[in-house]
Design a protein around this ligand. Structure first.
Ligand code: TRP
Length: 333
């Protein structure tokens, strides 16, 4: 049997999961899980989140809530491997090994490290610098061939490839050198308050993002307040980023093309249009929120799924570590 192609993705339990995440990423994952030739692995990367200060109770709660939200979206824990990063100790173990094959110079040149160091000047900890190396460990532990990432993570993926190739050069073919994949087809949802920038999971303006678990009133309110323009006609134009964003949302929530969305809405005034957009979003998110509320109250169920996911992840990660330890010259346990 041909080995399945591994697709790996890590999600930080920070901020909130947004409509943008659903439309841009999660809906693709729901398609991917139907494929027999791929094995998708999704990890909630709590260890990465620790690189900035976290309230312990909040971090724990958010990690479980994220897990519940992915399940509520329909990600199937039998088809995908879904787990919490800190449950699989091999991540930390491989990170250490890879640290010894990464140069301080290359790590300190990372754009995100420089940005985060400036932003958290009072807490420039080693973890911040080590962040991309832990990410490389995540990816390389599972013989990953494909890593879907946002453009902001491209440099980190390049680094993972460099480290993998460097290691392979010394020890022979140990790691699969992963390819990054920056989806261009999926719709990109923009901020409702500033439609020229991406809808962000950590935007401090709560009117700017629709959360996956917003209730119907919140969804309607936020869309009503969405920034548009002083024109009054609904049509696609780069000069009308607010309208274009609402059309994008309408299109994705109804599973139609942007052009068909334009056709369907072009005779509406802005008020009617916003109501139509809000109705479409409610149709998609309401059932997810209802499932979420059921799941999040059942901590035992979440923990059972997380534990089973971690076991499956570990059985792969353990084999990788055994090979790596042998290659570098550690005495067998
Ligand atoms: N750094 C990624 C981000 O913030 C999250 C991440 C951690 C990740 N480990 C990963 C993404 C492994 C893909 C693969 O988006």
């Amino acid at each position: 049997m041909e080995a399945k192609k591994i697709i790996y993705s890590g999600i930080q339990p920070s901020g909130v999961i947004t409509l943008g995440n659903y439309v841009g990423a999660i809906s693709n994952w729901l398609e991917l899980q139907k494929s027999e030739d791929t094995q998708c692995i999704y990890s909630i990367v709590d260890m990465h989140s620790l690189t900035v200060r976290q309230d312990p109770a909040e971090l724990r709660k958010r990690t479980l809530s994220f897990f519940a939200q992915y399940l509520a979206c329909g990600l199937d824990p039998d088809k995908n491997i879904m787990y919490i990063q800190s449950h699989v100790s091999e991540h930390a173990e491989l990170c250490w090994i890879l640290n010894c094959f990464t140069y301080v110079g290359e790590a300190s040149r990372m754009t995100q490290f420089k940005e985060k160091s400036a932003k958290h000047a009072d807490n420039v900890n080693m973890g911040l610098m080590d962040y991309p190396i832990l990410m490389a460990a995540d990816i390389l532990l599972y013989n990953t061939s494909l890593v879907p990432i946002g453009i902001d993570q491209k440099q980190h993926l390049e680094m993972a490839r460099d480290i993998a190739a460097r290691f392979n050069n010394i020890y022979g073919d140990v790691f699969t050198v992963p390819e990054g994949y920056i989806p261009t087809t999926g719709a990109k949802v923009m901020s409702l308050q500033d439609p020229t920038s991406k809808m962000s999971k950590s935007d401090p303006d709560e009117n700017a993002t629709i959360m996956l678990i917003d209730d119907n009133d919140a969804i309607r309110r936020k869309i009503k307040r969405a920034v548009t323009d002083s024109d009054s006609r609904v049509y696609l134009s780069d000069e009308k980023p607010g309208i274009k964003n609402l059309l994008t949302i309408y299109a994705s929530c109804n599973g139609i093309s942007l052009e068909d969305a334009e056709k369907a809405c072009t005779d509406m005034n802005y008020g009617t249009f916003k109501t139509a957009v809000a109705d479409s979003v409610v149709n998609v998110l309401e059932p997810i929120r209802n499932r979420y509320l059921d799941i999040v109250g059942d901590k035992e169920y979440i923990m059972k799924v997380a534990r089973e996911g971690a076991e499956r992840a570990k059985s792969i990660a353990f084999r990788t570590m055994r090979k790596v330890y042998k290659k570098v010259g550690f005495v067998e346990r």
